[in-house]
Write a protein that binds this ligand. Structure first.
Ligand code: PMH
Length: 385
């Protein structure tokens, strides 16, 4: 237990920081030297751990970080990250002072917002902003050239703003059919043409676009899912130009093992009944950990073998059918490798009829994250700043 750090339960996620570094390096090797990597570490780095992933990504060559909300940017600043951070989502105008104080770049896309933000900026303030263009994602962003012109003028006329970047986001870069991507890409270029001056950063690509469309690099790419070693979509799996290394592993341990007789029942609702003599193990993970009830019947790995989760998944525990009696303390792998067997994040996503992005994100914060580098668990103390 020593190596597992400071927690008292037999369920944990292992995040391989070596994989994160390799994935960033693989992307970087494909990019021209003047294209920077913005590592997308929102949502606690897609559930992998914001500070550890940020450090690994920056060490591997990313130069900028991106998060969804100011709170996430603040969390990184409070943990000692000094690299530039861009908030991709909306920030309240009245919170701009916090962005200035902590040198956090924010996304702007409404005139009224800029007008309102002025009330909260002191003469000496410098607020770093990136303009967001909506070229077809239909989420946030400016949709017309006229608005963009006005927005640029408003920002450039007021010294308290520093227009550092302009960007857009693709809705279908991971789909084999490129037509909508092309449409967005051309609209983005067309909108850029009305600018008086190009800001320092022009960026449009997420992982899928960065791996497929060099024409859309501009001078920075925003890499999320690929950094975690996951494919942006199953349909573009064949188009990944290098091996992605999956960083997320989820493990537990047998905390109880028993022999059931024919007809004995398991878990709430008594939905599972032993078919004869069966060895049943209990593991301390349940739906409150994000291991949701829909995963009943999914396989896990124990002693290098695939075995099913049987009976309903409880809040904190679930049961698995063992191939034979196994000692308490035996490791159970829910996501990851055990000898010759592998359960990928994609396997869980398929079972849940969702996308791989969602899987590590829904593994609850009460599941401790351990960090591995070169096959060894990294001392947690080095990472808890
Ligand atoms: N840029 C923006 C604006 C994003 O919202 C995201 C991911 C990325 C870059 C990174 O994309 P990637 O992980 O595919 O590389 N955003 C989301 C989202 O809002 N829902 O799923 C992924």
């Amino acid at each position: 237990m020593e190596e597992q750090g400071y927690f008292f339960r037999d369920t944990w996620a292992e995040i391989d920081l070596g994989c994160i570094s390799e994935n960033i390096s693989s992307v970087k090797n494909r990019l021209p030297n003047d294209v920077e990597i913005i590592a997308v570490v929102k949502a606690n780095a897609y559930g992998h751990g914001d500070i550890q992933v940020s450090k690994a990504a920056l060490e591997a060559g990313a130069t900028y970080l991106a998060v969804a909300f100011m709170d996430e940017a603040m969390a990184l600043r409070n943990k000692g990250i000094q690299a530039p951070i861009l908030v991709l989502g909306a920030t309240r105008a009245k919170d701009v002072q916090i962005a200035v104080e902590h040198n956090i770049s924010i996304t702007v896309f409404q005139m009224d917002w800029v007008q309102e933000a002025k009330n909260y900026l002191k003469d000496t303030d410098k607020l770093v902003v990136h303009i967001k263009l909506d070229t077809g994602m239909g989420r946030i962003g400016i949709r017309s050239k006229e608005e963009l012109k006005t927005m640029e003028q408003m920002l450039r006329m007021d010294k308290r703003f520093y227009l550092e970047g302009i960007y857009t986001h693709f809705a279908t870069a991971d789909e084999l059919d490129r037509s909508y991507f092309e449409q967005q890409f051309h609209l983005f270029k067309d909108m850029l043409s009305v600018l008086l001056e190009r800001p320092k950063y022009v960026h449009s690509s997420n992982s899928a676009a960065a791996l497929r469309f060099s024409q859309a690099y501009f001078n920075a790419v925003r890499i999320g899912i690929a950094m975690y070693g996951l494919t942006p979509s199953l349909e573009m799996e064949q188009e990944i130009p290098f091996t992605l290394k999956e960083a997320f592993t989820l493990r537990s341990k047998l905390i109880h093992v028993k022999k059931l007789q024919q007809g004995d029942k398991v878990s709430y609702g008594s939905t599972y009944e032993a078919n004869g003599e069966e060895w049943i193990g209990t593991i301390p993970i349940g739906y409150a950990d994000g291991w949701i009830r829909r995963l009943q019947g999914m396989e896990v790995l124990v002693d290098g073998k695939r075995v099913p989760i049987v009976g309903r998944i409880c809040m904190d525990q679930c049961m698995i059918r063992l191939p034979y009696a196994l000692p308490i303390g035996t490791t159970v792998t829910l996501i990851g490798i055990d000898r010759n067997e592998f359960i990928s994040v994609n396997d869980i996503a398929k079972r849940l009829e969702t996308i791989n992005y969602e899987v590590p994100c829904i593994i609850a914060s009460r599941v401790p994250r351990l960090y591995k580098k070169d096959g060894k668990i990294v001392d947690l103390k080095n990472y808890l700043l």
